[in-house]
Design a protein around this ligand. Structure first.
Ligand code: NAD
Length: 354
């Protein structure tokens, strides 16, 4: 078999196509694994040009969620959904509720949340049709804006990197460059400033820069953090920040940031390692957001979620230790740690309990 989902040998458990012509809903839900529990992952609402692009994306994203949730120590598997269309023009209450009914039809095998193109208010609408949804607004009993603990988790990752590289978590006087000061980046700047770091930021949006400078006037602004001498570089904008063009130019000792899919291709982490740049895998250090929204499934408690996100510090150190022990870059070590947990803890479900 050479085509379709099976032909990809992708290892996914289930892929569901959902259509409701009356509202224009066209969605694909992909469940990569439920070995650790219900498959949690957000809904991306995006105007894919072709159905095959949407499938490609949802397969990769759902697998990524399985690894992220496993490494975050959650009792949750990995899944993701995509809704095909421009959210600015086709998103309606009816469409979101129709989508909610499809999520409900999976009986809890898949739990949805926000992603690109969907917001907490949308999850409140989806929640009118299903309880298998998280990332709702605080007013609705939800966890609210997940970037709060995402930034906190990245900060824990940076502390772990500092300890690994310099023998201390102290960031006083360390020069940290934050690329992208949007929802996550601006909170991260707050943690870094408080920790005594010298922060330099970049963003394509003047408004985003001004917002940070209004609270932290001492923060410097740069046009190209890639060429700046830094101690830590924190990509917090788009994916692909670490590529064949940027990595050779970097003048930093550590890369640790929130952006998803920072490595432009497999193998670029080896180039980072060869340049003696310590890279903290993105999906490990940006898991604070999923930790925050998954806590909502038990009745949201911010302090409990924050304590759990603090664990990113220890997990980051464990990944570096495994990387050293097995002679592989940290990204490979993170994958191995996630795969081991999925297989070891997932196996326990074969023990029959009354
Ligand atoms: P956001 O859209 O609020 O912020 C992104 C910022 O990056 C914006 O201010 C934008 O102007 C800026 N930007 C875009 N291109 C840039 C460039 N070339 N150079 C510099 N700045 C640029 O998004 P966010 O929620 O803060 O997320 C940031 C990253 O973290 C994304 O990759 C996202 O997938 C990832 N992430 C976010 C969360 C979360 O909870 N929000 C969780 C996990 C991962």
């Amino acid at each position: 078999m050479t085509d379709g989902v099976f032909g990809r040998e992708s290892g996914h458990e289930q892929v569901v196509y959902c259509q409701d012509p009356a509202t224009g809903l066209k969605a694909i839900i992909a469940i990569y694994s439920t070995a650790l529990g219900p498959a949690l992952g957000g809904t991306r609402f995006y105007p894919y040009r072709r159905e095959s692009d949407a499938l490609e994306d949802v397969l990769a994203l759902s697998k990524g969620m399985a690894y992220k949730n496993a490494l975050a120590g959650l009792d949750l598997g990995g899944g993701k959904a995509v809704i095909i269309g421009d959210p600015a023009t086709v998103k309606t209450e009816g469409l979101l509720r129709a989508y909610g009914r499809f999520v409900r039809s999976l009986g809890g095998r898949y739990i949805t949340a926000c992603d690109v193109g969907t917001y907490v208010a949308d999850m409140d609408v989806v929640a009118r049709e299903t309880t298998f949804v998280t990332g709702r607004s605080a007013d609705d009993g939800g966890a609210g804006d997940s970037s709060v603990l995402t930034a906190f988790g990245v900060f824990q990752g940076i502390r772990a990197c500092a300890e690994h590289r310099w023998g201390s978590t102290d960031l006083t006087g360390r020069r940290v460059g934050v690329q992208g000061v949007g929802k996550v980046g601006h909170y991260l700047v707050g943690h870094l400033v408080k920790a005594g770091a010298e922060v330099v930021i970049s963003d394509v949006s003047r408004t985003a820069i001004e917002r940070v400078r209004a609270t932290h006037p001492q923060v410097e602004v740069s046009d190209s953090l890639v060429d700046d001498r830094l101690d830590v570089y924190a990509p917090c904008a788009l994916g692909g920040a670490l590529n064949d063009e940027t990595v050779p130019r970097l003048r930093t000792e550590i890369v640790c940031g929130a952006a998803n899919n920072q490595l432009a291709h497999a193998g670029i982490d080896k180039v980072l390692a060869d340049r003696d740049i310590l890279y903290a895998p993105d999906y490990l250090v940006n898991a604070g957001g999923v930790i925050q929204v998954s806590d909502e499934l038990h009745g949201f408690d911010f302090d409990r979620a924050k304590r759990k996100a603090t664990g990113i510090f220890e997990t980051t150190k464990a990944v570096f230790a495994l990387a050293a022990a097995e002679g592989v870059p940290p990204a490979t070590a993170a994958d191995r740690l996630a795969e081991r947990r999925i297989s070891e803890i997932g196996r326990l479900r074969t023990i029959l309990t009354p």
